[in-house]
Design a protein around this ligand. Sequence first.
Ligand SMILES: NC(=O)c1ccc[n+]([C@@H]2O[C@H](COP(=O)([O-])OP(=O)(O)OC[C@H]3O[C@@H](n4cnc5c(N)ncnc54)[C@H](OP(=O)(O)O)[C@@H]3O)[C@@H](O)[C@H]2O)c1
Length: 302
Amino acid sequence: MTQAIRIRQHGGPEQMELVDVEVGDPGPGEIRIRHHAIGLNFIDVYQRTGIYPLQMPTGLGMEGAGVVEAVGAGVTHLKAGDRAAYASHPPGAYTQARVMPAKCVCKLPDAIDFETGAAMMLKGLTAQYLLKRVLPQGGLQRGDHVLFHAIAGGVGLIAAQWAKHLGLQLIGTAGSDEKCELARSLGAAHVINYQREDFAARVKEITGGQGVKVVYDSVGKDTWEKSLECLRPFGLMATFGNASGPVPPFAPGILGNKGSLYVTRQTLFSHIATRESTQEMADDLFSVVASGMALGYRPVRW
Ligand SMILES: NC(=O)c1ccc[n+]([C@@H]2O[C@H](COP(=O)([O-])OP(=O)(O)OC[C@H]3O[C@@H](n4cnc5c(N)ncnc54)[C@H](OP(=O)(O)O)[C@@H]3O)[C@@H](O)[C@H]2O)c1
């Protein structure tokens, strides 16, 4: 038996119950992992509240790190005793141990501790695919301006450092001066407090009136419309979250009027759909984290 969090219906944090569950043996393509640390993410809130509906009852949590205890038939990239970390469906990381699909579980390099491993997989792989795979026409070159909202959040603080590493001029937004300062100290070239400044006007100012090639927007409802104003012609609006609520329906004509813009809605789970792509992206993440990238997480022990 092990302890795990379960919810029986969507709702607030009070829906979470600590229960005893049986953790069985892994079937084909699965592993059993004993967690040393788990990661918390905004998607956990969407899943708990029902913005992303789940079948009940369910576990919660999509990210963790620990030691593999057993592997099922057909799993060749992991063995019992391996240190490992993952970002993966189905929800269920809020537990001491679990059986789960092996596909998205990666061997954790010795240079990376469990807490860092648990904090970096979902958030770091998201920063990886956004900056390396979700690109405007012609790609991004060193010196290009990009706008990244909520830059002081978990994904944002990794993206700020990675963008600097890539030579990009990242303009980050955040909701307080303290958060702006934190993002600046970790690599954002420019920061805007979007609670008290008109971020579209500031982006125009910073880019000499040209606008940015791409906006990475996880805030959603509150930033959507103004973000379109920040783009140069043929720019890319990459929306990937709903922290303030989902983006409302819009008429495609608006994209033409603002300069033949592109819009895409991205999710990590399309990018890590195969074992090969997961490992390739994770290797890229491991190398930058092992070389000193700091994470914005706060470890909590209990
Ligand atoms: N599609 C994907 O593949 C994918 C993967 C991972 C994460 N995400 C999304 O990326 C975003 C960041 O995730 P995270 O784990 O880094 O979360 P996080 O650390 O909690 O950061 C979320 C940030 O959103 C900002 N925010 C703006 N309006 C908000 C509101 N009404 N309520 C709460 N926060 C608000 C807050 O920053 P300020 O106070 O500075 O405004 C907060 O720091 C989330 O929207 C998440 O769903 C998407």
